[in-house]
Structure formats: structure tokens, C-alpha cells
Design a protein around this ligand. Structure first.
Ligand code: ZN
Length: 215
């Protein structure tokens, strides 16, 4: 069955993948991105360098991972994308990166504490690290969903990061924001011990996150 109705979405995905490269969040074909369109998911292909990727390389799958359209294999992290879509109704786009600072945190199994105002209201009150699982496995997806609860971002142990949002553009923006926050945290850590926001502020900002996630 061929459904050629996602041309616009495929182009958007392609553009976002190139932005991921431009912002130094990934290199080559590492990381991946997808957007949910009802019962279908438009996702980046496996093993195609983003700078060489064309709209024909983008894959459409259903929520069980069956290929609906495309000539390539979908991203190796497809099981994680599907686990997220099945468990987070508010997530309509997923961006997964191997960016330097977030991956450093992931290598340390170090959660990002709530140290910056803009981070808590946009990503949630402290970003957790998932339990380790092999790349490409359903278990990795299950572990990620667990720590992604009430948050827009998660660190994937010994691997990288993932951000979810209503749109791909927003998921990319959150990935850039998250990478910057990890950089700030690790930089501050070298000069001393970063101070967490007051508890009541964290609670208020988490409420703002809760409100904003549905817009
Ligand atoms: Zn990865």
C-alpha cells in the first residue's frame, strides 16, 4: 500500500534533521527524529547521512512499526519512538541526539538538576537518566518512557538525549535548549557546586510546564 500524503511532513523532517547537524547535535546519520500523524509516524531512515538524505529516504510506519511507505529501513531507534508515542499522548514529535554535553551527562549517569528557570518551565523539574539498555531495543524505549514522565526531555544512559514536543520544530528547540543547559551545568560544576532553584519555585515552574505541554 502506498500513501503519498506526507510530502510536506517528510520535507519538514528532512529540514529538522539538517538543523540537528547545523546545531552540532548529531554527526553523520547518528540520532533520529520523527513526527506522529494520527496512526502513522514519519521517521528518519537508518544509516543515511543527513546531509545526503532526500525526501525519498524518509520512512512512514504505523504505530506497530510496520512500514507503510519508503524504500529505506526506519531509524534503528524506532522502538523508542513508538514506545514514547504509545505512552505520551502529548508527544507528537521526537528528536533524539548524540550532542556533546548531554551525552557527557548521560555517560556520567548524571541527572540535570533544576538550576535554571527557563529549563524547568520548558523541560520539567530536573531531567532524569534512563536505566541502561542496548541501542535499538524496545527495553531502551521502556526505560526512556519511565524517566520521561512529566518531563519533555530525558538522558539516555551512555548514549545521548531525547526531547518530545507537539511539533518537530519545538522538539528541536528543546534539544538545543537542553544541550545548552547541560553545557551550563557542566561549566558551572567546574567552578563550584551549582545551586538548585528554591523548592517552591521548582513546583510553580513545573505547574507552568504542565500547563504549556498541551499547547
Ligand atoms: Zn542514538
Amino acid at each position: 500500500m502506498v500513501i503519498e500524503v506526507y510530502e510536506k511532513e517528510k520535507q519538514e523532517l528532512l529540514d529538522i534533521c539538517l538543523e540537528m547537524v547545523k546545531h552540532d547535535l548529531v554527526i553523520g546519520s547518528s540520532g533520529n527524529a520523527s513526527m506522529r500523524m494520527g496512526e502513522h509516524v514519519v521517521i528518519s531512515p537508518s544509516s543515511v547521512h543527513y546531509t545526503e538524505m532526500t525526501i525519498e529516504d524518509v520512512v512512514v510506519i504505523d504505530l506497530d512499526g510496520n512500514e507503510i511507505e519508503g524504500t529505506r529501513n526506519p531509524s534503528v531507534e524506532t522502538p523508542m519512538h513508538l514506545e514514547i508515542y504509545k505512552n505520551r499522548e502529548d508527544a507528537l514529535a521526537v528528536v533524539h541526539t548524540h550532542s556533546v554535553y548531554a551525552s557527557s551527562m548521560a555517560a556520567l549517569h548524571k541527572p540535570l538538576p533544576p538550576i535554571l528557570d527557563e529549563i524547568v518551565s520548558k523541560l520539567g523539574a530536573g531531567i532524569r537518566v534512563s536505566k541502561y539498555a542496548m541501542p535499538g531495543t524496545k527495553q531502551l524505549g521502556i526505560n526512556v518512557v519511565k524517566v520521561l514522565q512529566d518531563r519533555s526531555a530525558a538522558l539516555i544512559a551512555n548514549h545521548g538525549s531525547v526531547c518530545v514536543a507537539k511539533t518537530l520544530k519545538d522538539a528541536l528547540f528543546l534539544s538545543i535548549l537542553f544541550e545548552r543547559a547541560c553545557k551550563i551545568y557542566l561549566t558551572a560544576k567546574q567552578a563550584g557546586e551549582p545551586i538548585e532553584l528554591p523548592e517552591d519555585v521548582v513546583e510553580d515552574e513545573q505547574d507552568i510546564w504542565e500547563m504549556m505541554k498541551d499547547f
